[in-house]
Design a protein around this ligand. Sequence first.
Ligand SMILES: Nc1ncnc2c1ncn2[C@@H]1O[C@H](COP(=O)(O)OP(=O)(O)OP(=O)(O)O)[C@@H](O)[C@H]1O
Ligand SMILES: [Ca+2]
Length: 788
Amino acid sequence: MESYLEERFGGVQAKNSSEEALRRWRRLCSVVKNPKRRFRFTANLEKRGEAEAIKHANHEKLRVAVLVSKAALQFIQGLSLRSEYVVPEEVKAAGFQICADELGSIVEGHDSKKLIIHGGVDGIAEKLSTSKTDGLSTDEDSIKRRQDIYGVNKFTESEVRSFWVFVWEALQDTTLIILAVCAFVSLVVGIAMEGWPKGAHDGLGIVASILLVVFVTAASDYRQSLQFKDLDKEKKKIQVQVTRNGFRQRLSIYDLLPGDVVHLAIGDQVPADGLFISGFSLLINESSLTGESEPVAVNADNPFLLSGTKVQDGSCKMLVTTVGMRTQWGKLMATLSEGGDDETPLQVKLNGVATIIGQIGLFFAVITFIVLSQGLFSKKYHEGLLLSWSGDEALELLEHFAIAVTIVVVAVPEGLPLAVTLSLAFAMKKMMNDKALVRHLAACETMGSATTICSDKTGTLTTNHMAVVKACICGNIKEVNGPQNASKLCSELPEIVVKTLLESIFNNTGGEVVFNQDGKYQILGTPTETALLEFALALGGDFKSKRDETKIVKVEPFNSTKKRMSVILELPGGGRRAHCKGASEIVLAACDKFIDDTGSVHPLDKTTADKLNGIIDSFAGEALRTLCLAYREMEEGFSILDHIPSQGYTCIGVVGIKDPVRPGVRESVATCQAAGIMVRMVTGDNINTAKAIARECGILTEEGIAIEGPEFREKSLDELLKLVPKIQVMARSSPLDKHTLVKHLRTTFNDVVAVTGDGTNDAPALHEADIGLAMGIAGTEVRISHIH
Ligand SMILES: Nc1ncnc2c1ncn2[C@@H]1O[C@H](COP(=O)(O)OP(=O)(O)OP(=O)(O)O)[C@@H](O)[C@H]1O
Ligand SMILES: [Ca+2]
């Protein structure tokens, strides 16, 4: 049986099965009684094809639009442009100067010419009566008006189907139809022969059983569909950071309106169509929309952002122009809303079993029919009356036929595959109660067979609530947890050092300190950023005034490959200064000077460098995440189009950030190990920090290996073969290293690999894994907080 199944239904995997394999096995199941039912909740291959076609068309459209736009731009340079655009009355009446269609054609068509005619991003913001800095000013009434003119950011979804649709679907079962015909004939013949009501007994019996089957089936299908709807809703709850009324806040993507100012960072999905206001090193991956995997640089010259695409690098502020069904993404989602999931291997197998049993059932039904009717036929044959049948005889034959059909009805375990779907859905629901959102049915199934878990550290093993607890500024190590310690540190440091430190932390950050409506401050940003900002606030810094002192002219945001972030500031007295912060040993290696405890700058000699490295190691040994802060004065000739230099910095200091291990992690790791699952830690953090935490969690043992990403990268295939099984900790890994490790484990060692990560730097590995467990916890935006 196993080999038979493998031969016919093999090739369908838990993840990323080829379309051909999916089609083939569906064809093989064609004997099933009601394919519509059996393939409910599985991928609708036709719809997928349609979606692919839309993507392809999008790709072409965009390509042409960009070319046309470029040509037009060259042509119009130097000309003064007049607009032929007329604002529709109802738009004017609502207080806006531009209609939704025009906005759509600008952004979706990448129409730079029209954009210029409308006065660029500023012009559009004004016409949408919003502010680029403060966002929309909202009151009930204005939101309503905006929605009326521009729509809401929701996609049409397939409607909840009524119970009767399910009844109708259940009725489409071939065997039930045959039975219904039998019932009809039986009723007609019976009543003709024996009269009402005596002759109708048999027929009515069949009708009753058909109704029973249909209603029970329909009821259970209906309940299932409601449950799926619930899960679906949960999957779509995504929040973004928006500035409204001058306050930065979190908002559901459903509440976005044209005119909103949205803050996007690496890993985010663009929630609506819009225009780039400001930002740095923004790279957008448009593959979900166009199928094109090469990322596109979005900046003031190419300011068009399309909904559904992903921020691959950098960060930006965006002005929303088009929402919901008016965007290409909306149209794509509408097509895909019933695209469904790929079937899981277990479903495929059970469907196979059901099909085989169905065939066997069919065989026996035919035999039964032949055996039962054989007496009747031979009698008639002997009498030579094969062509003339009495009502009684016909009824008897019909009865035999009905019995045969009943055998098929009973024998084919039609509900079997559906039972899997149901139980998986049930598992999903249960996991949701545990705050885990399962994206794909198959995940629940595969999860049970995992042999290796590659876990990231931050946020998965640790709580992700970070705080600076130690700092080494000007060469002196200080405990700095708590405001008293911080202010003490502040009073001990030379003024110039505090000034530089605050300038560095407040400007060189992806986060922000904002005041909300109640006048309370709130720190936004990743946990690492928030910890640093908190530290600077405790030192007595004031975010806003510090920001106003200098002007940020260039930013290279943090990403996990570089592991550092840099900015360039324009100083009030002229001149420019670069600030850099990041993975401590990497940033320290970029320093050739340091500030001493009097505040004067000295060349960084070997002894001091060793001493600083020792401090980093000692912080890391205490399981602290370490960050090094440095700055550098820029020469005259530096152009902001150049890269921020990677060398020649002056070290300000090193901070140690505590991120405690989650309670219960040690036990969980032990449980996994007892179940024969190997747990590995793959992290972007310093090797000593990683080791300390891995020991604390029970991941790193005596025989295990801890390796750094750059070293891992250099290994030959042979070395890897020996090394990989023993790797328990991989530190300073880049997103690609994580991916490579997972790939090796899966292909070379045939492991079933589960990967956990927070979705940004872990995305490639999550994608490669058999099961990706993406965590969206505390602070980090729920980016891919779901299980693939
Ligand atoms: N916002 C930031 N700016 C500068 N450096 C940072 C920032 N955040 C983290 N780092 C540095 O980068 C390192 C971690 O990088 P990375 O993002 O690859 O790992 P992670 O995702 O935080 O860790 P894990 O893989 O365990 O979840 C940290 O050790 C820290 O030194
Ligand atoms: Ca991470």
